[in-house]
Write a protein that binds this ligand. Structure first.
Ligand code: KG4
Ligand code: ZN
Length: 339
């Protein structure tokens, strides 16, 4: 008879505009449910009030679906993991309050999880997994960081953006081009048939492994304004080349610093995490660079790249094993410094 206790955790993610729930049993994800909010599309960005209202509507059905898909009953749960921050406070509050009440009523531990570390934990969901230390480029809508991952709990930030995040750069450029939010996937789509070298945009010259995207944003805006003055259909007629050039600029900039960091720290395992790691050009280019240099590349499956609760579940499971629990008084935080 096998007496090994199964560790079953329900994880909840509500930091931005996706309501998500996942169930993990002994480190294996059994369900990964996401309800995305289309309502923000027409506003060109996430509207915080609308996001938290949608989380309130979605959270019960999403959690119920995750438990059902996993074939797990509430009283079989050993802990509830939830995104504590960073993110939109009103959105985080919905997930955190729900998780607290569930943990309280089931009398099981609560585990507050850092959303950014969870994006990195997405690498431990499926094989092949990187071994420590490895380099991770974390690129999402709110953050851009190069991290030396020494262990699941020892994350050394080597550099980060000084202003906009890479995902934000995609989204803002897309908005200028008249595309809906989130702009990253649409820029990728139009870029497929465009010439990436047709237009040149400059990127921020900042020290070390840091990034700056605000200069590029202004550059794109001024360039589009000039183009539209000459030809009111400039954007429409050149959408594919414009998207390809924007994507090329962002991706090559991201990559150049990653390559430099890998060299400086003598790391030969490279990984990408966060929503922008869904970008096919970034995936292709990082693989190309790695083949050239004999590096190993790790990219989580698409569904674990953009916001999801599977990554929260994996990070929560690691906390559970380390005995890292949160009190029921735990509060969400919008920025890391407020922790
Ligand atoms: O990690 P994520 O889902 O949410 C945050 O924590 O921010 O990242 C969302 C970001 C958005 O800026 C979105 O435009 C970008 O990821 N993104 C992409 C792609 N898919 C999502 N950017 C470029 N290409 C994509 N295929
Ligand atoms: Zn994220």
């Amino acid at each position: 008879m096998n007496n090994t206790k199964k560790i079953t955790i329900l994880a909840i993610e509500s930091s931005c505009d996706d309501t998500a729930a996942s169930v993990i049993v002994n480190g294996n994800i059994l369900a990964n449910v996401v309800a995305s909010q289309d309502i923000h599309k027409k506003y060109g960005g996430v509207v915080p009030e609308l996001a938290s209202r949608s989380h309130q509507e979605n959270i019960v059905p999403v959690v119920e679906r995750a438990l059902k898909e996993a074939g797990v009953l509430q009283d079989q749960l050993d802990a509830i993991a939830v995104t504590q921050g960073p993110g939109l406070l009103g959105s985080l509050l919905v997930g955190v309050s729900f998780a607290k009440s569930m943990a309280f009523s089931l009398d099981i531990p609560l585990i507050g999880v850092n959303h950014l570390n969870a994006h990195i934990a997405a690498h431990y969901i499926e094989e092949p997994k990187p071994t420590f230390p490895y380099l991770c480029l974390l690129v999402s809508g709110g953050h851009t960081r190069i991290i030396k991952v020494n262990s699941t709990v020892n994350l050394e930030v080597l550099g980060e953006t000084l202003d906009d995040a890479a995902g934000e750069a995609f989204d803002k450029a897309a908005k200028m081009l008249g595309l809906e939010y989130p702009g990253g996937p649409l820029i990728q789509k139009y870029a497929e048939n465009g010439d990436p070298l047709n237009y040149t945009f400059s990127t921020g010259k900042v020290d070390g492994f840091n990034y700056s995207f605000s200069g590029m944003k202004t550059g794109v805006l001024n360039f589009l304004r000039k183009g539209m003055q000459k030809d009111p259909d400039f954007i429409k007629n050149n959408m594919e080349d414009l998207c390809a050039s924007v994507q090329y600029t962002i991706v090559e900039y991201l990559l150049s610093k990653c390559v430099a960091a890998a060299k400086e720290f003598g790391l030969s395992q490279l990984s990408i995490a966060g929503g922008v790691s869904a970008n096919s050009y970034l995936r292709e280019r990082i693989k190309e660079e790695s083949e050239k240099r004999n590096w190993e590349v790790f990219i989580p499956k698409f569904e674990y790249c953009t916001d999801n609760a599977g990554m929260i579940a994996m990070e929560g499971y690691n906390h559970y094993l380390a005995g890292n629990f949160s009190s029921l008084e735990m509060k969400p935080y919008s920025r890391e410094v407020n922790q």
